[in-house]
Design a protein. Structure first.
Ligand code: ATP
Ligand code: MG
Length: 253
C-alpha cells in the first residue's frame, strides 16, 4: 500500500520549546488515523508540520509523493493544494454563500477569478455536486452563517474536497459540535475519504469517537508518539498513561 505520509524523526521546535520530537509516522491510502493526546501534546503541530506551516526538521518527510523538506515557493503551494484541511471552527467566510465557500476550495486551479461570479460552469457544477454529497444542495445559495455548526462543517468538508486532495487533515473537526452531530460529521469524513481512496489524519479529544471512527490511533504526549495501535486493539492502560497529569511543578521559593 502506498504511504501518503511518511515521516522519520520529524521534529518541530518553537524557540527552546520542542513541540514535536522525533516522530515516525506512516499514513497509507484509505486509512483513517486519529491523533489523541492531552492539550499541548503536539497534535495540531503535527498536522501543520505535514505541509510545513511550522518550521520542521526531519530525516525524512514525504507527503503526497513530495519531499516536503525540499519544497520552495510554488512547490510548497502545490503541496498545500493537494492537502485538504478541516478545522474546528470551520474557517468559512460567513457572509458568502455555501456554494461560493465551496468554490474557494478550488481557487488554486481556477486561475484569476472574481469571487462575485467568475467561476467556470464546470467548477460550479462540481461544487454543487459536492454540496449534494454532503446533503446540503438545497442550501447552496444561502449565506453559510445561517447554517448550524454541523452543516457548516459539512460545507467545509465539501470545500476541502473541491481541491481533489490526496490527503485530508482535520484538526478537532467536531470539537464545536454536539455528540450526535460529531458522529455524523466523522462518519461523513470517513465515507468521503473511502470513496476517494484517500487517508484522513484527524486530531480528536474524545477517545470514544476515535475508537468508533478511526482505523488506527496515534497517541502523542509531550510531542512524542507513545501509542500507535489499531483502534480496536487500543489498550486502556496505554490510554491512562497518555492522559495522566504531568507531575506538579512548584515555583521556586
Ligand atoms: N506557533 C507557535 N509558537 C510557539 N509555540 C507553539 C506554537 N504552536 C504550538 N506551540 C507550542 O507547541 C506545543 C504543542 O502545541 P499544539 O498546539 O500542537 O498542541 P495540541 O496537542 O494541538 O493541543 P490542544 O489539544 O490544546 O489543541 C505547545 O507547547 C504549544 O504551546
Ligand atoms: Mg490543537
Amino acid at each position: 500500500m502506498t504511504a501518503v505520509v511518511r515521516a522519520r524523526r520529524l521534529t518541530v521546535r518553537f524557540g527552546g520549546n520542542t513541540a514535536l520530537e522525533a516522530v515516525d509516522l506512516d499514513v497509507h491510502a484509505g486509512e483513517v488515523v486519529a491523533l489523541l493526546g492531552p492539550s499541548g501534546s503536539g497534535k495540531s503541530t503535527l498536522l501543520r508540520a505535514l505541509t510545513r506551516m511550522v518550521p520542521t526538521v526531519a530525516d525524512e518527510l514525504a507527503v503526497a509523493g513530495r519531499d516536503v523538506n525540499k519544497l520552495r515557493g510554488g512547490q510548497l503551494r502545490a503541496l498545500r493544494s493537494d492537502v485538504g484541511y478541516v478545522f474546528q471552527h470551520f474557517h468559512l467566510v460567513p457572509t458568502l454563500s455555501c456554494l461560493t465557500n465551496v468554490l474557494t476550495g478550488g481557487l488554486h486551479e481556477a486561475g484569476t477569478v472574481n469571487l462575485l461570479g467568475m467561476f467556470s460552469t464546470a467548477q460550479r457544477a462540481k461544487a454543487l455536486a459536492l454540496l449534494e454529497r454532503v446533503g446540503l444542495e438545497q442550501r447552496a445559495r444561502e449565506r453559510c452563517r445561517v447554517l448550524s455548526g454541523g452543516q457548516q462543517q459539512r460545507v467545509a468538508i465539501a470545500r476541502a474536497l473541491m481541491q481533489d486532495p490526496q490527503l485530508l487533515l482535520a484538526d478537532e473537526p467536531v470539537s464545536s459540535l454536539d455528540p450526535q452531530l460529531a458522529d455524523s460529521v466523522l462518519a461523513l469524513l470517513r465515507e468521503v475519504a473511502a470513496e476517494r481512496g484517500i487517508p484522513v489524519l484527524m486530531s480528536l479529544h474524545a477517545v470514544d469517537l476515535a475508537r468508533t471512527h478511526a482505523d488506527r490511533i496515534i497517541g502523542l504526549r509531550h510531542g512524542r508518539v507513545i501509542i500507535d495501535s489499531r483502534a480496536h486493539q487500543l489498550d486502556d492502560a496505554a490510554l491512562t498513561r497518555l492522559y495522566q497529569p504531568a507531575p506538579e511543578v512548584h515555583d521556586a521559593q
